[in-house]
Design a protein around this ligand. Structure first.
Ligand code: HGY
Ligand code: MN
Ligand code: MN
Length: 396
């Protein structure tokens, strides 16, 4: 397991921002991540290729010809100034499980997949890699990302080749919890039951740029003052809904000079809840509030929905298999939901999907202090081996 931690830290050195871990969709440092993983995968007996969505794919053959395929994976991209484990841990753990087979073949294939993009940082659209795996890249998205694909040495028009066959056995994702629950319960692992739904929007508040020194306060159309009033309302409204979270993570002010009244402000909005109806109702209220704030201040506001992702239940059979694997390893079984989004919620549209969470010390993630414990990595590996053993018995 120290190998796993060391490998994740080695991959963390592949960054767009020296001193921090920032690696977005098909950026230059992703080549180094692919090179490292390709070496580990090939030494574990896997044949490796990169599909035209930029997913890195290692295939471990079956003992039988034309047998179904189990996918194990997660994403290789990061948020800006990220931690070293969100995403890559799930891919490195997948390779470690193959290494532990030590050349022994199972009655099914195993593909370890490193998705090219899950966070949605570069183009504001998440899950590009996993959407390609299930054949869900539309022309509009492909047009948006084609140049990035070409610059990485891939061929956009071949992106459909990334699609998984329809007879996939299922998908298993190991991931850090990214929250405080497991640590608060002093548990190493959690079995994910559902993944919360999420909306991601881009809003634009527009007023009138003007001179900061000569424009009286009562004659201003200050786009940033309006956006700020609305952001306060976002926090108030979300606090009032049990189980809801709403975040404005990005604000871009134009023209952005200290002596100019902001003429326009572009913001993000991220809203999540375990129940889709509650989430949609909160989004509607927050957009109405934006309209009212803009009207009160003689501003205009417009928005674009970037993601409306429903909550997703993990596959009950795979969940029970994971629970049996945890229990037979002598560890407490804890079912939980995920506030974070994951590739599993996309892949679940096409095949049975399941996730195993590892404790996040301090509940910290999407931050350089993100970490994972070696003993929890060892636990996850043992549970993964037991999971594969039951799957092997089921397909013997
Ligand atoms: O934002 C999320 O939920 C995940 O970390 N991509
Ligand atoms: Mn993340
Ligand atoms: Mn993640």
């Amino acid at each position: 397991m120290n190998d796993v931690l060391a490998r994740c830290r080695l991959l963390a050195e592949a960054t767009e921002e020296p001193g921090f871990i920032t690696r977005t969709f098909l950026s230059e440092p992703m080549h180094a991540v692919h090179a490292h993983l390709r070496g580990w995968m090939e030494r574990a007996g896997m044949s490796v290729f990169t599909d035209h969505a930029g997913n890195l794919r290692g295939l471990y053959p079956s003992a039988r010809a034309s047998s179904p395929r189990l996918f194990i994976g997660s994403h290789l991209d990061t948020v800006p100034r990220a931690g070293a484990f969100d995403g890559v841990l799930g891919v490195v753990l997948g390779v470690a499980l193959i290494e532990r087979l030590d050349g022994r073949r199972l009655p099914f294939e195993i593909e370890v997949i490193g998705f090219s993009e899950e966070e949605g940082v570069r183009f504001g659209l998440p899950f590009i890699g996993s959407r390609a795996l299930i054949g869900d890249i539309d022309d509009q998205l492909l047009t948006m990302i084609a140049d990035a694909i070409g610059a990485f040495g891939l061929v956009p028009s071949r992106i459909d080749e990334a699609r998984a066959a329809d007879d996939a056995l299922g998908y298993l994702e190991f991931h850090i919890e990214q929250g405080p629950v497991l640590e608060s319960l002093d548990l190493p692992l959690g079995v994910v039951e559902t993944i919360s739904g999420q909306n991601r929007l881009a809003l634009l508040f527009e007023g009138q740029a003007n001179h900061a020194g000569t424009t009286p306060m009562n004659l201003r159309q200050d786009a940033l003052a309006g956006a700020a009033e609305w952001i306060g309302a976002v926090e108030r409204e979300a606090r009032a809904v049990a189980g809801a979270v709403a975040t404005v993570g990005r604000v871009n002010v134009s023209p952005g000079a200290s002596n100019v009244i902001p003429g326009s402000v572009a913001t993000s909005l991220d809203v999540r809840h375990a129940e889709d109806a509650v989430r949609h109702d909160l989004v509607t209220r927050l957009l109405r509030c934006a309209e009212q704030t803009a009207a009160d201040r003689c501003l205009t506001v417009s928005w674009e929905q970037r993601l409306d992702q429903a909550a997703v239940a993990m596959d009950s059979i795979l969940v029970q298999m994971l629970e049996r694997a945890v229990a037979s390893s002598g560890r407490p079984v804890h079912r939980m939901s995920s506030g974070a989004g994951h590739d599993a919620m996309i892949v679940a549209r096409r095949m049975p999907a399941a996730m195993l969470f590892l404790r996040s010390p301090g509940g910290i993630s999407h931050h350089p202090d993100e970490s994972v414990l070696a003993e929890d990595v060892a636990a996850a590996l043992e549970v993964g081996e037991r999971f594969l053993r039951e799957l092997e018995q089921r397909h013997a």
